[in-house]
Design a protein around this ligand. Structure first.
Ligand code: RTP
Length: 155
């Protein structure tokens, strides 16, 4: 079955500073890659606090907002766009519940993190936020469309 890249769903995934510092970049990328999702954008960046506040603008009334933004801007983040059928929802499944104490074993947070303030990864929670977050973190020409050989066996 022929699938055109332009029709494919995309989500924004970020490895937060704790995940980078703990040496979990390859581990996390590999879980998305082995599932069959396709990496279409990636960069390493230290976000400014203002940028972190933009990213988390939905949470600005929450008591942990300031600490969260300080944390996100405290070191390198791996910003990525992943593509594939159902990648927004299933990406959240791979990531696991927000609080690692509640995430199932087998999920990224369940296997690799302990507390909610250091939960190593972010993933867009719906189609609208995915679009907004991709636009916030990436310029259009930083996203690469390509067909991979694996696709004809995945779809
Ligand atoms: P994310 O956006 O990072 O994927 O996380 P999420 O949707 O699973 O959770 P959300 O409620 O949007 O919260 C965003 C991030 O804020 C931090 N947080 N800290 N009680 C706390 O201290 C607290 N609650 C949330 C977490 O880093 C969470 O991922």
């Amino acid at each position: 079955q022929e699938v055109h890249a332009a029709e494919m769903e995309r989500t924004f995934i970020a490895i937060k500073p704790d995940g980078v510092q703990r040496g979990l970049i390859a581990e996390i990328i590999s879980r998305f890659e082995r599932k069959g999702f396709k990496l279409v954008a990636i960069k390493i960046v230290v976000p400014s606090k203002e940028f972190a506040q933009k990213h988390y603008h939905d949470l600005k009334e929450r008591p942990f907002f300031d600490g969260l933004c300080d944390f996100l801007s405290s070191g390198p983040v791996i910003a990525m766009v992943w593509e594939g059928e159902g990648v927004i929802k299933y990406g959240r499944k791979l990531i696991g519940a927000t609080d690692p104490q509640k995430s199932e074993p087998g999920t990224i947070r369940g296997d690799l993190a302990v507390v909610v303030g250091r939960n190593i990864i972010h993933g867009s929670d719906g189609p609208e936020t995915a679009k907004d977050e991709i636009n916030l973190w990436f310029k259009p020409d930083e996203l690469v469309s390509y067909s991979s050989n694996a696709e004809k066996w995945l779809y």
